[in-house]
Design a protein around this ligand. Structure first.
Ligand SMILES: Cc1cc2nc3c(=O)[nH]c(=O)nc-3n(C[C@H](O)[C@H](O)[C@H](O)COP(=O)(O)O)c2cc1C
Length: 304
């Protein structure tokens, strides 16, 4: 339940049976204007699947995972079985980060060194995904693609309605993005891509410089539902591992939601694999406080 998801829609549900847990996509929570082909939804569900395995490993359970086991039921994304043996150390080592990870939308003072990115790339590789660091002139072009997506999306019918619906929830809502999770006006940083959401109330001193976060693109060899699910698992693992290493993180999906900017992201990430999500990773400015926890739906609402 603590997994990251597009606009904190938490578009998943679970069925728990003796010895196994099944993950389903909740298509009723898909953002039809923002995410017409369901990529963000699938990536979000992949992150939830990876978080489930970390949670199970953390309590000592070894698991096996069957992805998209039923061709007749495309919403049945995975079945995780409890099996004999020791839990995966790679998963159990991330257990403590489930409650600590946050999406941090503030500008970052610095990025991550190559050695850290190499470790994160190995995490993504375990799911068959790539993690491409985009630097120098390519980084500037990627930022331009992110900014162009931010400028273009409001023209898409329904996009702003979804943005407002998920950033202005009714009181007591347990989903969506609270205003406290978005930096206040004037301190959101320089690039348009850093303020996807209307300015919030997050207290934050002005950044001491432009955002210097490392930009990483999560890629997959093809663009099937299974690739997107695995990309989400890689995202979950990379974000938790970066949190463990003391880095702030934030997913950036806008440029992947429009086909023209998605092609540009693909080119900047090497032009061979398919991009699924951009991640920004770095250290916040020293005086930045902690990021508040975002809400989650009740367990009873996500159990079938
Ligand atoms: C597929 C996906 C796309 C996302 N896209 C963005 C984005 O473009 N900008 C952003 O600030 N956050 C983005 N997020 C982060 C979510 O808004 C965040 O996970 C959610 O609000 C829950 O908050 P938390 O990550 O702090 O737990 C994305 C997350 C996922 C999984």
């Amino acid at each position: 339940m603590r997994a990251p998801s597009i606009h904190n829609t938490q578009p998943w549900s679970w069925r728990v049976q003796p010895g196994r847990i099944m993950l389903f996509a909740d298509d009723g929570r898909r953002l039809v204007a923002t995410d017409p082909d369901g990529r963000d939804l699938m990536v979000s569900c992949g992150a939830a699947l990876q978080h489930l395995r970390v949670a199970l490993a953390g309590v000592g359970a070894a698991t096996t995972t069957l992805r998209l086991p039923d061709p007749e039921r495309r919403d049945h994304l995975a079945t995780v079985r409890i099996c004999d043996g020791l839990p995966s150390h790679a998963d159990s080592s991330l257990f403590a980060q489930l409650d600590r990870r946050r999406s941090d939308r503030r500008p970052y003072a610095s990025g991550a060194p190559d050695a850290v990115v190499d470790g994160l790339r190995a995490r993504a590789g375990a799911y068959g995904a790539g993690l491409v660091r985009v630097e120098g002139a390519a980084r500037s072009r990627l930022v331009q693609a992110l900014d162009d997506a931010t400028a273009g999306q409001p023209h898409r019918p329904g996009y702003l309605a979804e943005l407002l619906a998920w950033t202005h929830r009714y009181s007591g809502a347990r989903d969506g993005i609270p205003r406290q999770s978005v930096p206040a006006a004037g301190v959101q940083g320089d690039g348009a891509h850093l303020h996807r959401f209307p300015a919030g109330t997050m207290p934050h001193h002005a950044a001491l410089g432009p955002d210097a976060g490392t930009l990483l693109v999560v890629t997959t060899p093809a663009d099937t539902p299974q690739d997107r699910l695995r990309a989400g698992e890689a995202v979950g693992s990379v974000l938790l591992a970066a949190t463990a290493a003391g880095y702030a993180t934030c997913p950036l999906s806008q440029a992947l939601e429009l086909s023209a900017t998605r092609t540009r992201v693909r080119n900047e990430a090497g032009g061979v694999e398919y991009p699924q999500l951009v991640l920004r990773i770095g250290r916040t400015f020293g005086h930045s406080g902690p990021v508040p926890e975002t809400p989650r739906r009740a367990l009873s609402a996500v159990l079938r």
